[in-house]
Every structure is written in C-alpha cells, then in structure tokens.
Write a protein that binds this ligand. Structure first.
Ligand code: AHR
Length: 507
C-alpha cells in the first residue's frame, strides 16, 4: 500500500480560521424552532423561559459562535413586528414555504435574542428584502440596537427589554434569485445597496451586512455583486455599503425531486455524496477568484450561510418539514466542508450549516413524543473541531493519498486540515475510503511535539446513526492507533473514519 504523508510546518501559521465558520442556522421550518428550540414556558420539557435547556447546553458545549434566523426562505415572508408584544395577541401568518402551516409568531425577536444570550452566540438576523419594506428593515435594527428614547427603542422597552442588544451580523435578503423574490442580479444588487444604507449602526453596535449571494456555481451573481460595491481600493475603510456576499450549496446524491436516502445508500452513493461535498472546495476557490479580481485586499467576506446534506425526509414525516436522519456519512461530509473552509480562511469569514435542530443536517434531533434529545454524528465532528475556532490555519501538504473517480471528478480519499494556537495544534484527518484503512505519516516540522491526544469517530456500518434508543452508536472515542516516529507521528485511520489529533508543542 502506498505511503501517505502529510507535511505540516508547525511554525508557519496562516490566516485565522474564524470561529464563525462554525455558525448555525435556525429557520421557522418544521420542528427546528417549534419543538426543537422553543417548547413554551408550560412545557414538561425542562426549559428556560420556554427555550429547551438541553438543546442550549448541547450547543454551548460546541462553543456555538453565531445563529442565523429567521430564515432561509421564511425570512423574506417575515414581518418582524408580528413577532413582538404579548404572545396571545400576535397576528398569525402562513408559512407557505414549509408545510403551508399557520405560524402563530410565538417565537419572535425577544425570544430569539434571549436564545442567543443563553447560547452565548452572536445574532445573525436575516432581513426581509423579498416582501419587506426598507422602513421595516430600518426599524428592526433600531428596535434591536438603539439605547436612547427613539421610537423603536421606546417600543422595545414597552415590550419588556430595557437594554439594547448587540447584533453583529445582518443578512440582506436570502436566495434573492429564488424564494427571496426571483430577482435578477442587477435588480437585487441595487436593492442590497439601498437596504444596506438603512441597516444602520446605532450607538456602538457595528453591523456586518451580508448580501444574499450565489447559488452553487453562479459566478456571474458574485461578479455582479462585487461590481456593486463602492470602490474597494481607496483606503483601509471597510467595504461599503455591505461587507460580505453569501453562497449556498447543498449536498445531495439525487435530483431535487428525489434527493437520496439518509440511511439507505450504496457504497457508490457514499462516494457520490463525498465527491459532491468536496465540490465545496472548488466553489469557494472559484468564487474567491472572482472576488479577488475586484477586491485583492480581501475586504469583502464570503459567507457560506447555508450548506450541508439534503436528503429525502424520513418516511412518515411531513415532506415540508425536512426532517432527516444523520449518519457517519453526514459526519464526513461536514468534515470535508470544514477542511475547505479552513483552507480558505483568508476569504471565508463565516459559514452556517443547515440547520441546527430537526431540519436537514442537524446537530441535534429531538423526539416529538418523548422529547428525548439525540446528538448526531455531525455534532461530534463540530465538537472534535472546537480547537480550530479562531486558531491560525496551518497548510497540510498531502502526498500519496489514494483517489477514486466519483461523479466525474477525482475524489482524494484522505482529507485534512490543521491549525495552531500558542503551543498547541489540532490536525483533522478524514478517511473517506469506505473499505480500507490507511496510515498517514505526519511529517511535523518547525516545532517540537511533546505529546498528543487522538480521538476517532467511526462505526462498522457506513450508515450508522444515533437514535433515542441507541444514542451512542457513533460517538468519538480515544484512539490508540498513533505511533511516535522520528520527526512526527504515524496515524492509523480506520476505514470510513474521522480522526483529530491534538498536539502539545514545546514552548
Ligand atoms: O434550509 C432550507 C432552505 O434551503 C432555506 O430556507 C433556503 O434558503 C434554501 O433553499
């Protein structure tokens, strides 16, 4: 078997991997908000002011950096003033995108900001351009962030919140090319400039405005948005009138009509999913190249605020609720994406996996009857990667990794990324090979490694997943398959596994 080597210069730190690439997304969709986060104060499920305590604890353990809300497609139908004031008096609306259900607005601005405070996460509010007015957008940020006796700050106080909140991130529309208004990019670019102008910084709240960006490989969308900035080469001031553009890409093995099953798939579909996940690297690289042409100084951020797997819903569940199981395959899809974000840390400033609880590639599944909480294999990848938050990226030069053809591209079967902070480093290694174990020789240069701790996430079955009755089928375990060798370490990667190595280095 060929030798696989990973060369890492531990003394050559690159750009910082923003903790915000470990961001999350919670939409009014299915059981994400209602049942997932929000159970109401009278629920038997232990809660803090109506918010599930166990969900908050699990997400805090990940160091959740930010939460995007209220959509997704829902955001461009949402009128925030319907979600404030006494809950029983709030108007209802139809959630036409997701199940055509009636939304009672019991979870609104105050509940979301309370959730962010409980999580210790930054708020990322997705503003409505599709069907909302400039005035609504302007009033919302004033309501949230203004301290004095302005009209909106006064209204907030009347609704029980004295102090303004901090809102660091603001989305200007969502999927404007589709559910967010079916707009032409030129039209949207003008609207984004206009709405950004009225998304004001109040007092000391500095908001980072993110314009709804491209779908997959629509590079011309990114190009038109990049042309819409004020000149980017003037001085050291931030980009205006918005500061970032977004990108959405979901991994499927089938078509939008039949997306593929979450837990029943062939080995070929294993590789197909991972090959499609690895396309994220190319998407990020090529959108970045377009951005570089207009912004070589990298003032403008790329925000991948929707990504993850999208499978057919679990049998017997409402098609519009997007409830899916989450297997070891999903965990490796996540690992491959996170490696790509780490490698492009100079441009990818934020990313939000879709979605946090009970929807798409969730961290957490909750049982609608018993209320039991299950941590998914994807959750464990996020937990194992915590050490990458705000650490300096390290380049990993892989030699000799096997590859196979899948979906018309060559899929390298080992994926890796690394980072360092102070006297420690974290190396992430994925073995995407469904059948064979591999050993990687880590050639660690530039710093002396004094100790290591290795953990592995794997399972005999490719489709292994966690359920309320078997919650620990796929959980990280200590990994003994690491040997010290001259100048580095030899790491065994079991077939279809995810391994992290924490290194302690001499000061
Ligand atoms: O995450 C589910 C949906 O996917 C979002 O509402 C939308 O933005 C995207 O198409």
């Amino acid at each position: 078997m060929a030798t696989i080597t990973a060369v890492i210069d531990l003394d050559l730190p690159g750009p910082t991997i923003s903790r915000h690439v470990y961001g999350h997304f919670a939409e009014h969709l299915g059981r994400c908000i209602y049942g997932g986060f929000w159970v109401g104060e009278d629920s038997d499920v232990p809660n803090v002011r109506g918010i599930r305590r166990d969900v908050v604890d699990a997400l805090r353990a990940l160091g959740i950096p930010n939460l995007r809300w209220p959509g997704g497609c829902f955001a461009d139908d949402y009128h925030w003033q319907d979600g404030i004031g006494p809950r029983e008096e709030r108007p209802r609306m139809v959630n036409s995108h997701w199940g055509d259900v009636v939304e009672d607005n019991s979870f609104g601005t105050h509940e979301f900001m309370d959730l962010c405070e409980l999580l210790g996460a930054d708020a990322y509010i997705s503003g409505n351009i599709g069907s909302g007015s400039v005035r609504e957008m302007s009033d919302w940020i004033e309501y949230l962030t203004r301290a004095d006796d302005s009209p909106m700050a006064t209204l907030r106080r009347a609704n029980g919140r004295d102090e303004p909140w901090k809102v660091p991130f603001w989305g200007l529309g969502n999927e404007a090319w589709g559910c967010g208004g079916n707009l032409r990019v030129e039209q949207f670019a003008s609207l984004a400039r206009q709405y950004a102008t009225y998304t004001r910084d109040h007092a000391d709240n500095r908001v980072y405005r993110i314009a709804a960006g491209a779908h997959e490989d629509d590079y011309s969308w990114t190009e038109t948005l990049m042309r819409s900035f004020d000149p980017l080469d003037q001085d050291d001031r931030p980009a205006t009138p918005f500061q970032a553009v977004s990108l959405h890409y979901y991994t499927r093995t089938g078509t939008w009509a039949e997306k593929g099953r979450a837990t029943e798939f062939s080995t070929d579909e294993w590789y197909l999913a991972l090959s499609r996940a690895s396309w994220m690297e190319e998407l990020v690289a090529r959108h970045s190249t377009v951005m570089d042409r207009y912004d070589p100084g990298k003032k403008v951020g790329l925000v991948v605020d929707e990504w993850g797997t999208w499978w057919d819903v679990e049998q017997g569940t409402e098609p519009g609720f997007l409830y899916q199981q989450n297997t070891l395959r999903d965990a490796l899809v996540a690992a491959v994406h996170l490696d790509a974000f780490h490698r492009h840390a100079d441009r990818v400033v934020m990313a939000n996996i879709a979605q946090t609880v009970n929807v798409l590639q969730a961290m957490i599944l909750t049982d609608p009857e018993s209320g039991a909480l299950v941590l998914t294999p994807t959750y464990h990848v996020f937990e194992m990667n915590r050490g990458h938050h705000d650490a300096a990226a390290l380049a990993v030069h892989l030699k000799g990794a096997p590859a196979r053809e899948a979906d018309g591209r060559s899929l390298t079967l080992v994926s890796s990324s690394a980072s360092t902070r102070g006297d420690s480093a974290l190396v992430s290694l994925s073995n995407l090979d469904a059948e064979r174990a591999h050993t990687v020789t880590l050639d660690l240069r530039g710093r002396e490694v004094m100790g290591h701790r290795a953990r592995v996430l794997t399972s005999p079955e490719l489709a292994a997943h966690n359920t309320a009755s078997a919650p620990e089928t796929v959980v990280p375990r200590e990994h003994g398959g690491v040997r010290v060798r001259d100048g580095g370490l030899e790491v065994d990667l079991p077939a279809h596994s995810y391994v992290t190595l924490e290194l302690a280095m001499r000061a």
